[in-house]
Design a protein around this ligand. Sequence first.
Ligand code: PEP
Ligand code: MG
Length: 571
Amino acid sequence: MIFTGTSVCGGTAVAPALLYAPAELAVRRERLSTADVSAELERYEQAVAQAGRELEELRARFAGEHEAQGKIFDAHREILEDEEIVAAIRLAISEEKKCCAWAVESVCQMYAGLFEQLEDPLLRERSADVRDVGGRLLRACLGAAQVSLARLPRPCILVAHDLLPSDTAALDRENVLGIVTEVGGATCHSAIIARSYDIPAVLGVAHITERIRDGEELVLDADQGQVISSPTPAQRESFQRLREEGLVRRAQAAQWRDRPCRSRDGVEIAVGLNVADPTPGELEALGSAADFIGLFRTEFLYMGRDRLPTEEEQFQRYKALLLRAGDKPVTLRTLDIGADKPLSCYPRPREENPALGLRGLRLCLADRELFRAQLRAALRASVYGRLQIMFPMVGGVEDFMAARSVVEEVEEELRRERVSFREGLPLGAMIEVPSAALMAGALAARADFASIGTNDLSQYLLAADRTNPEVAPCCQSFHPAVFRLIQLAVSAFSDAGKPISVCGELGGEPLSTAVLVGLGIRKLSMSLSRISGVKMLLARHSVPELEALAEQVCASSTAEEVSACLRGRIT
Ligand code: PEP
Ligand code: MG
């Protein structure tokens, strides 16, 4: 069976599943007699002391090399010792006559609930930490053994409904070859820690814990956001081969990460980063491995929550990123939801054909309030850095001009309100709908820049759903038709003297970047893990060589011919 989810850290793994489900702790809910109160208060003190020792031990394990993870335990310590929480628990024992475990459970639940309702998404995530500390304290109160992922007997792929921050931070990194969870997105602790440990991870895989058995063999392809359970021998073998080749390649390529990206004959290629909720690693790479953020997918801010983010919340997030990026340009892509990217906080009527329905820019143009809130936040944040705004799923000139006029209305409104923003912000179009690629000349006359989204461009050009594994063989991004269409867009923008880049997966796949550079692309944007491989490959080839290759690719008849040509000419 094949499952899909959100890839939060690339890589591959093959191993048995470890189905992780922490046991529910039974809490007695009986009132104490007055005589028992002091014993329960004493029991609480002991539980705090034990939890404190555990946290100290975990903290020590992460000192030095993994300071960021270690800080999670500092934060847990603060929660454990938080005066307000401690007083509330003591009060629940002495006044409400709850036993220590019941008091801990109810107070921690109450505080976690309060955090959950806060506006700021970062503060909202603290609720997971409060639950985590509450669980630790509860175990200590009840004398229950700690279910630990810190020392596992054998290599595995960890599968869970959700993971607590301390589960992931204390993970046995030798033996956990991959992480799969049913919930969680790019902003959660599990995702951040998986990335910082470089453990391949796919989150948001619906119902996987019900559909696989503990110990069942899994193939995890986190690059594609896929998990295969009980793979066939052929699937397993091809996977192992890919994995081994990948490991060798990654080790060689790592040395290229922070070098400039140049072809063998010295032509510079600008390399940018694709980010959602940027990790410390990604931010640190800005200025060394990458020169700009070429695709800031803003959907993450709207995902996994029960209400839309406010303008202020978005403003704070955009401002923080721009300040962090300094003089490096950041291309913010406006909300791209619908079809394969539904939002729980924005339910929509069912559509017969959602991939061709109200999605991306169309949806924003249909719901002006949603769109305007994001644009106001982005424009207000624009004074803090080098922001560019880009619209997804532009169908052609009408869409782009409609989006531009909403930006102009918002600018006018901000001027009236005397709110500052950067005048003349570059506005760009994503080229990912075939009609936009065919009309690139007209778009180039109106847009300040473009970026090619090869994931959707391939899906729409080849009429093959990019999320449906059954038609995966038809969704061939190496199809010559895809490269021909890219060629049209590149020529149109280059003739108009306007920048054009590639930010879809083809822009981070080393083999295809060779063709893209041959087609005239001088700007690529990709996920951090792709940068080294692309730089290493491009350094081995000269531009005239890549131009000849691109010509041959565009003259090919099938995707297979393209792959054969690339294998033959690219080393
Ligand atoms: C694309 O379609 O190529 C793209 C970059 O956007 P997304 O993958 O977010 O749809
Ligand atoms: Mg897209």
